[in-house]
Design a protein around this ligand. Structure first.
Ligand SMILES: NC(=O)c1ccc[n+]([C@@H]2O[C@H](COP(=O)([O-])OP(=O)(O)OC[C@H]3O[C@@H](n4cnc5c(N)ncnc54)[C@H](OP(=O)(O)O)[C@@H]3O)[C@@H](O)[C@H]2O)c1
Length: 260
């Protein structure tokens, strides 16, 4: 995979940071993107990735990011991980600020990145055979749950954007992959969703044997990007074994029911 170059957003924590590590360890050149420069610098020093700080909800900042990427070399893969959830409000009580942020960070940021990077991706595909876009949505894009509406709606909108994009790029050697994880125990996702309440955030994972970890998702992302260029993994839904469905979460040790 020498000389393939990926832009990984959400690189300052969780799934994005794990993806930077995974791709670097497979020999990709990686540019990590997020807002927090200190975390990006530490990851760059650790992995040899490059880093560009950018608030993806700010259109001018995204324009500057795209310009910097254009100057620095080809882009073979866009891995859009940045995003997240804010709040667990009922529909009738929803915080419009939280909903606006979720739509901006998960949906509009994705559109901005696609629009800005498609020219680079096309050049890379023309030169090297194919290019990739990969988006981390969520099982929240597939199943509604009480208290989830703002995030359900934003992730479902992001997922629809991805599915439309795949059709619009039909005929071009550019893959469009969606990875939809269920419960992933990352340091900040639930903490941010619950307004910084660390006790409530830990309770979400309490007793769950082996929730997914960021590295599990990163492995799948790497697999999708490194599969043969004609293979498009349209939608990869992944959950921990303990979470058989969005609402069906086993707490406590996993054990067989009976042994004959
Ligand atoms: N954890 C889960 O259970 C789970 C399950 C399914 C899907 N997902 C999705 O997977 C993705 C990553 O989740 P995670 O668990 O790794 O969460 P996380 O640790 O909170 O990571 C979110 C990342 O997005 C970046 N980000 C947020 N707003 C941004 C902005 N305006 N501009 C640029 N970067 C921004 C953050 O960096 P800065 O704060 O430094 O900007 C951070 O690196 C999200 O899209 C999430 O919706 C998570």
């Amino acid at each position: 995979m020498a000389n393939r170059r990926a832009v990984v957003t959400g690189a300052s924590s969780g799934i994005g940071a794990a993806t930077v590590r995974a791709l670097r360890s497979s020999g990709w050149d990686v540019i990590g993107v997020a807002r927090r420069e200190d975390r990006l610098s530490a990851l760059a020093a650790e992995t040899g990735a490059s880093a560009i700080a950018c608030d993806l909800t700010n259109p001018e900042a995204v324009d500057a990011l795209i310009a910097e990427l254009e100057k620095s070399g080809p882009v073979h893969a866009l891995v859009q991980v940045a995003g997240g959830a804010r709040g667990t409000d009922r529909v009738e009580d929803a915080s419009i600020d939280d909903w606006q942020w979720m739509f901006d960070a998960n949906v509009l940021a994705t559109q901005r990145l696609v629009a800005g990077l498609l020219p680079s991706l096309r050049r890379a595909a023309a030169a090297d055979g194919h290019a990739d876009t990969l988006f981390v949505t969520s099982t929240a894009a597939q199943t509604a749950y009480a208290g989830g509406a703002g995030y359900n709606a934003a992730k479902a909108a992001e997922a629809m954007l991805v599915r439309v994009l795949r059709q619009e790029l039909n005929g071009e050697p550019i893959r469009v992959v969606e990875v939809a994880p269920g419960m992933v125990h990352t340091e900040e996702f639930t903490l941010n969703r619950l307004g910084g309440d660390a006790v409530a955030a830990e309770a979400v994972y309490s007793g769950v044997e082996a929730p997914l970890l960021a590295d599990d998702v990163a492995d799948v992302i790497r697999y999708a990007l490194e599969s043969p260029g004609h293979v498009n993994l349209d939608l990869i839904t992944m959950r921990p074994v303990a979470q058989s469905a969005q609402h069906l979460l086993a707490r406590g040790p996993l054990r067989v029911r009976s042994i004959d």
